[in-house]
Design a protein around this ligand. Structure first.
Ligand code: FES
Ligand code: MG
Length: 577
């Protein structure tokens, strides 16, 4: 694969010259015990590590990094591991999404400012994958993703339970009076019983699959369990390959093409992937200069059958997905039925996507369904527009109730998340199963950070009546592990003066997924009149939050910062001394 043509490596600008600067760059590195001969011009491979004990999903990454290093050394490279901001979904408040862009800036500047010829991106928990890809894409250097892998199946009383999904289910069961608080809490340890990311097809698994289908990770990267020895083999192989792509100069822009993103959108439907992918793919595409619109999700994704029967849409977990053949088996099935838009897309191992998967075996038709026996006939994202969402909104039909995908109901409005929490438990709340729950001020600027609060829990009094789902609408996101007929990412958001801000209790709202329509049933004049009196934005606060609110783009633009969109390359900066 390697063309072996001598290329000028970035790191040669640091470690090559026999002058004062070269002395300084080499000498300080030697305090780590690096012998002279390692500065012989071999490729320097960065290992960008999101390890943190505060990001439990990535807490095993130092061990993975050791195996990556083994591969880099074996292939004649020089490994240098460096930390970047680690945004863990479970602990970070108000939401890990607030710091996705911060982490991406960290990654970009760390790569460009240092003697790095190629980079291995160690990503796992939801936001770490897009953050690392966004930062690396803005540098456009050779890069390869190694994911941390999913946790083993959760266990409760002898049955399997899925990360996140079980929390939503058990919590609803407790509110409905079906289980008590002790039964609820007893699920904690069994749900998260090994290293790794959420084992459902939540955002972490989705983004790991996206990295694999985009071609920036080796085959099977997405599904090998975190604690399976084969995860470490893949890490070593990725380290070896990183040295070759540094020598070949296989920059990210050769892989992250428009064709690759089209493959990813199609695949997201086939795996029943998270709505968060809509935002993250847009942000990554923006960094590498690939145009991507919300309507691409309709054009490319709609009509695609969901083949992967994983929670939250289906029954199984990532362990079964790997044992059934993983993403290569899914891609082969799509390709054999003409459903892979661009089988010739180049991947990081130097082969085409199709070459990687054409012989991939499938071992379990329950987990990875045949094309003619899909979990869901049309698993594509539903993109909605209308006077309530002029710049779009998103709904995941595979996680919704089919009978609610076309619905007209009266709004029950919550001004923000706190208002929702206080009001939803009010037994006198004027709400029934046909109502539409509307929540404002949970978008990028409003929350801030667009938290995963869009899957509002239902009113307890309706849960006790056995109601399982209702239409919910907000400018928030939803955890990829969650489910329900939930309209998300309404743009513009309420805090940016979008029409969502002026919905009132009792307004009629119409949702029609087939038509892609989200309509507030009031006259144009009335809507314009109400928009006149939208309250001014709230206090921004200081620090990073201020920067975020001032510069974050809306959901339809991927929630990147306006000044971060685009590729700035990896030209070697001026000397530091
Ligand atoms: Fe980290 Fe789900 S909370 S992957
Ligand atoms: Mg999440």
């Amino acid at each position: 694969m390697s063309d072996q043509k001598p290329r000028k490596l970035r790191s040669a600008d640091w470690f090559g010259p026999a002058d004062k600067n070269g002395f300084m760059y080499r000498s300080w590195m030697k305090n780590q015990g690096i012998p002279d001969h390692e500065f012989d011009g071999r490729p320097i491979i960065g290992i960008c590590n999101t390890w943190s004990e505060l990001t439990p999903c990535n807490a095993h990454f130092r061990k993975i990094a050791e195996h990556v290093k083994r591969g880099i050394s074996e292939a004649g490279g020089f490994p240098v591991e460096f930390p970047v901001f680690s945004n863990g979904e479970s602990n970070l408040r108000p939401t890990a999404m607030l710091t996705r862009n911060l982490a991406s800036m960290d990654v970009e500047e760390a790569i460009r400012g240092n003697p790095i010829d190629a980079v291995v991106l160690l990503a796992g928990c939801d936001k770490t994958t897009p953050a690392l890809l966004m930062g690396a894409a803005s540098c456009d250097i050779p890069a390869i993703v190694v994911s941390g892998g999913p946790m083993l199946n959760g266990k409760l009383e002898g049955r399997d339970i899925g990360s996140g999904t079980a929390v939503w289910q058990l919590h609803e069961a407790m509110k409905a009076g079906e289980i008590d608080v002790h039964q609820f809490l007893s699920a904690e340890a069994g749900m998260s019983r090994s290293a790794g990311t959420c084992n459902t097809m939540g955002t972490a698994s989705t983004m790991a699959c996206m990295a694999e289908v985009l071609g920036v990770a080796l085959p099977h990267n997405a599904a090998i369990p975190a604690v399976d020895a084969r995860r470490y083999v893949l890490a070593q192989m990725s380290g070896m390959r990183a040295v070759e792509i540094a020598r070949e100069g296989l920059a990210l822009s050769k892989i992250l093409t428009r064709e690759a993103f089209e493959n990813a959108i199609r695949t997201n439907a086939a795996i029943g992937g998270s709505t968060n992918a809509v935002i993250h793919l847009k942000a990554i595409a923006g960094r590498i200069g690939v145009p991507l619109e919300l309507e691409d999700w309709t054009r490319i994704g709609r009509g695609t059958p969901t083949l992967v029967d994983l929670m939250p849409s289906g029954r199984f977990l990532m362990e079964e997905f790997y044992y059934a053949g993983g993403l290569p088996a899914v891609l082969r099935r799509l390709g054999e039925h003409g459903l892979l838009p661009h089988p010739d897309a180049l991947t990081v191992n130097g082969r085409s996507l199709w070459d990687n998967v054409r012989d991939a075996p499938s071992h379990n038709d329950e987990v990875i369904r045949p094309i003619d026996k899909p979990l869901i006939e049309d698993g594509g994202m539903c993109i909605l527009r209308g006077n309530l969402a002029p710049r779009g909104a998103v709904l995941k039909p595979s996680a919704a109730s089919p009978e609610l995908l076309r619905h007209r109901g009266r709004a029950v409005v919550f001004e923000d998340f706190e208002h929702y929490k206080a009001r939803i438990v009010d037994e006198s709340l004027d709400v029934d199963a046909s109502s539409v729950l509307v929540m404002k001020n949970c978008g990028p600027k409003g929350y801030p950070g667009m938290a995963e609060v869009g899957n509002m829990g239902l009113p307890p009094k309706l849960l006790r009546q056995g109601i399982k789902d209702m239409v919910r609408i907000s400018d928030a996101r939803m955890s990829g592990t969650a489910y329900g007929t939930v309209v998300l990412h309404v743009a513009p958001e309420a805090a940016a003066g979008g029409p969502l801000a002026v919905v009132r209790d009792g307004d009629w709202i119409e949702l029609d997924c087939e038509q892609g329509r989200l309509h507030l049933d009031i006259g144009d004049a009335e809507l314009a009149d109400r928009l006149q009196s939208v309250a001014p934005p709230r206090e921004k606060g200081g620090g990073y939050q201020r920067l975020y609110i001032d510069h974050v783009l809306q959901a339809d633009e991927g929630c990147d910062f306006d000044f971060l969109v685009g590729c700035r390359g990896a030209a070697v900066p001026k000397h530091s001394h």
